[in-house]
Ligand binder design. Structure first.
Ligand SMILES: [Zn+2]
Length: 325
């Protein structure tokens, strides 16, 4: 993973190490119609140049639906797979959905080397081995393939719309409640993979993410780098856990339902991370109520004990058994 200022310059070396024997085969470059810039320059032209020039690159453009947004559905993945077939490797230049399509195509081509050039801090799905695919109108998390490398250049990330970059903060907001959902599922025998170590990989960076969010609007490369790093860790945490549960709980389920409902009506939903950010607040409120209820049950158990002790001690109440402890 190459994350930080100027890391795009490392793309030729990264791609070269993964695809040492090109034997004249082109490199497939997967992208969409969204204009992408790095410090004012056209990013795609820059990437093409870094990969050896237009003659050595096969550009695959995925067309978006209404509103220009790309969907990771079966026809799209089949087309990308067919067009990338025979190339030396795949370089995906885009945000989360494109990375999902790239991972699925790389998997379908028996592990075609795949480099993701991340263009926004929008989601945490760049660095795991799963893709959220649209199957008959329903979003399904599907096992695909880890990307072989990630290049997240801070200046490229800052070229994305601010709302898209802030969506990544919303996606990461799930870290505060999703692990509780996961642990609850584990306690109820509905999940056997809960790992506090995996949760800690990301949860320890919660304060950094909240601090970086405010600096994104000022175009701070350090803030973009921090956010990209924690998003990458979050993706890896899902991959190593073999489930999206470390970073995705009730708030993601509701968010996906909103997105599917909007798609069905032919309308674009807000960015994934934006809906997750809002539904995370609801999840936090819900968990706070559960904790309060547990606390009140404890308090009522304590007052019953106090009354019993008071009766057995002839009216005196033990000082150590105060309510709320
Ligand atoms: Zn998400």
């Amino acid at each position: 993973m190459k994350i930080g200022s100027g890391t795009l310059e490392e793309l030729p070396a990264v791609a070269g190490s993964l695809m040492p024997k090109r034997r004249g085969r082109p490199m497939a470059l997967l992208t969409d119609r969204v204009v992408k810039r790095r410090a004012g320059s056209d990013l795609l032209a820059l990437v093409e140049e870094l990969l050896g020039g237009p003659a050595r690159v096969r550009v695959i453009v995925v067309e978006g639906g209404e509103g220009g947004r790309v969907h990771a559905d079966a026809p799209t993945i089949e087309r990308v797979t067919a067009e990338a077939n025979g190339s030396a490797g795949l370089v995906t230049v885009g945000s989360g959905t494109l990375a999902d399509i790239g991972k699925a195509a790389s998997d379908a081509l028996s592990g075609l080397p795949h480099v993701v050039v991340q263009t926004a801090t929008s989601v945490n799905g760049f660095t795991d081995d799963q893709s959220v695919l649209l199957v008959k109108g329903v979003k399904r998390t599907t096992h695909t393939r880890w990307p072989d490398a990630l290049v997240a250049d801070a200046e490229v990330l800052l070229g994305a719309p601010l709302a898209l970059n802030l969506a990544g903060v919303g996606d990461l907001a799930a870290m505060f409640t999703a692990p509780a959902d996961w642990e609850l599922a584990h306690a109820l025998g509905m999940a056997d993979s809960f790992s506090a170590t995996v949760v800690d990989m990301v949860r320890g960076h919660g304060a950094d993410v909240l601090a970086a969010a405010g600096s994104l609007a000022r175009g701070d490369p350090a803030a973009a780098t921090t956010l990209a790093e924690v998003l990458a860790l979050s993706g890896i945490s899902m991959g190593v856990a073999g489930t999206t549960a470390p970073a995705s709980g009730m708030e993601h389920t509701v968010s996906h339902l909103i997105e599917m409902s909007m798609n069905r009506r032919g309308r674009e939903a807000a960015y994934h991370g934006a809906t997750v950010g809002v539904t995370s607040i609801i999840a936090a409120r819900l968990w706070s109520k559960v904790r309060w209820k547990r606390g009140s049950e404890t308090r009522s158990r304590h007052s019953t004990l106090r009354a019993r002790w008071a009766r057995s001690a002839g009216g005196s109440t033990p000082r150590s058994c105060s309510a709320g402890r």
